[in-house]
Design a protein around this ligand. Sequence first.
Ligand SMILES: NC(=O)c1ccc[n+]([C@@H]2O[C@H](COP(=O)([O-])OP(=O)(O)OC[C@H]3O[C@@H](n4cnc5c(N)ncnc54)[C@H](OP(=O)(O)O)[C@@H]3O)[C@@H](O)[C@H]2O)c1
Length: 340
Amino acid sequence: MKMEESLDTNTKVILAKRPEKVATSDCFEVISEALSPLAEGEVRVQVAYISVDAGTRTMLVGDGFHQQVGLGRTILAGGVGFVLESRAEGFEPGQAVRGALGAQTIATVSAKLIETVEPLPGHDLSIHLGALGASTGITAWIGVKCVAKPKDGDVFVVSAAAGAVGSIAGQIAKKQGARVIGIAGGERKKAFLTETLGFDAGIDYKAEDVTDQLKALAPEGVNVFFDNVGGSVMDAVLDVIAMRSKVVICGAISQYNQMDQVVGPSMYLRLAERQSIMEGFAYFHFPESIPAAKAELADWVSRGELVIAEEILEGIERYPEALGFMFEGGNLGKLMVRAK
Ligand SMILES: NC(=O)c1ccc[n+]([C@@H]2O[C@H](COP(=O)([O-])OP(=O)(O)OC[C@H]3O[C@@H](n4cnc5c(N)ncnc54)[C@H](OP(=O)(O)O)[C@@H]3O)[C@@H](O)[C@H]2O)c1
């Protein structure tokens, strides 16, 4: 798309049909539309990056915990970009903003849905969706510091450990003094956990028996399990939890293609046997903690204390492919699409 075209035409990804299982590319359509005049209270944003999130799959069902995408409507997604035009107080052309911009190249949104962000020296704007983003860094920070609360010396296990939330959650747990074991799919990801993220150990759940590996790596049991995956991985870890341990449900991506038939943990009696608890959370249930999360994450990033992993696919038309890529386990770190 040429730049001059992009400023008077919006290209967006809409939901063409509801997925039955996997959200295949034919569930989406990429269409262009002329921009309409801006209404009072609205801001027009040239989207730079679109966040690709596991939870988006649960928004395509038509009913559920998360806000739902209507048929023919723009796919809901977080984004960052620059203000092109504003009819809202506090927003000026050229400012960098973040918020619910949707999977599109030019978002026309209520000012209530966005906030200004400061470009961080040495970092691209994408950092505000990744390490500093609500569904990534902030989720990991709140999940670890407000919910999991690992103690010094605890064995902390995280699943989808090479992904957006998992890679940061594990790093924060290390900062809390925990011994961190990551579970991820494939040799490349397993190596990334220890060699790049600095975790104490990694398990490739596609090639290794997770329970056996954990028995060897943590003979006294797992004190905290930060789960992003659910299903068989959750069961494998439940089997080896320590006495008075905590299982934190951040998400359950293995179940998102079957939200009407979610399979629960068959090993849940280990909670009773080992006097343990399971607690779920959503980051937006902790609004009072978000300012502290933002400040500490920004501090770590500016000091170079967090390993930042981002994977970016080029072009709005690749958004459907990106979502599929994530569900196949293709991404290392935070997955985004550059809107162009
Ligand atoms: N509680 C909250 O407020 C909150 C907010 C944001 C996100 N979340 C949750 O956090 C989790 C991670 O989300 P994210 O956006 O950061 O994604 P991500 O971890 O960057 O990507 C998802 C990863 O999940 C793994 N995966 C995919 N399908 C799987 C399956 N069937 N079984 C096992 N693993 C599978 C893949 O890694 P492998 O190659 O390792 O399999 C994939 O790379 C999700 O469950 C999401 O819903 C929760």
